[in-house]
Design a protein around this ligand. Structure first.
Ligand SMILES: Cc1cc2nc3c(=O)[nH]c(=O)nc-3n(C[C@H](O)[C@H](O)[C@H](O)COP(=O)(O)O)c2cc1C
Length: 224
């Protein structure tokens, strides 16, 4: 485990979409998740319910998901909307820019939906990662608790950096939630928010670092 400056952990984290098959030791995952449990949550509800899947069960999940993709299977009906039905400015432009960065790095031209779909299918192979985390939340929970999940997940991702590991949070798993449930058997009443691929980065996979809006677009200082 490296002692990583918090700024370095934050800026070196990115959504990594290519992993090598080097396994992630169980004790490392336990260390990360034990520390991430210190993430804050309203009234300390700790509403996250995480399942960590590796080895045979993850291979089985990838196999089943791959079969669904190959069969052109319909996605599972949504339990939550990933985005508003029509994204207004500036979100629409930011999403377009992201699409250009993500698929441009792979040499996929704008409008080649088939190639984009093929690249997106990597989601359901956990981008080759040897470990995946699935984060559920109780169906009764409201927006503040969903925000708590975000804090927990970001804490996990930053701690993974301290272990030399990378990650990719993935809402994409929510449309294959029934396949995930076959493997992790969650109790009734939980909603799958997202998955997260975890592993050592495959540095041969091309990517373009995503940008961020200038600070004055997202932050206002009110200081007289
Ligand atoms: C909640 C959440 C869900 C995401 N779902 C996916 C996903 O399904 N597939 C994917 O490739 N990336 C996914 N991402 C990664 C985002 O595309 C990425 O975080 C964003 O473009 C910023 O890039 P960066 O993380 O590399 O800085 C998700 C990120 C978040 C926070």
């Amino acid at each position: 485990m490296a002692i990583l400056d918090v700024y370095e952990a934050v800026t070196s984290r990115r959504a990594v979409r290519g992993f090598i098959d080097r396994p992630v030791p169980r004790e490392v995952l336990e260390r990360v998740l034990s520390a991430a449990a210190w993430a804050p949550s309203g009234s300390n509800l700790q509403p996250w319910r995480a399942y960590v899947v590796t080895g045979g069960p993850l291979a089985e999940l990838k196999k089943r998901a791959g079969e669904r993709v190959a069969a052109g299977d319909a996605w599972d009906e949504r339990e939550y909307e990933m985005y508003p039905p029509s994204l207004k400015s500036p979100y629409y432009e930011r999403r377009s820019a992201f699409g250009e960065e993500r698929y441009g790095a792979l040499g996929i031209p704008r409008g080649d939906w088939e190639a984009r779909q093929r690249a997106a299918a990597g989601n359901w192979q956990a981008f080759g990662a040897p470990a995946a985390l699935f984060c559920y939340i109780d169906r009764d929970m409201g927006r503040p608790q969903w925000a708590d999940l975000g804090m927990f997940l970001q804490t996990v991702m930053l701690l993974l950096r301290a272990e030399g590991l990378n990650s990719c949070p993935q809402m994409a798993w929510s449309v294959f939630r029934k396949t995930v449930a076959e493997v992790v058997s969650p109790p009734e009443g939980l909603i799958l928010f997202c998955g997260m691929s975890i592993g050592f980065e495959d540095v041969t996979v091309d990517y373009i670092r995503t940008g961020r809006a200038p600070l004055d677009e997202t932050v206002t200082f009110v200081d007289g």
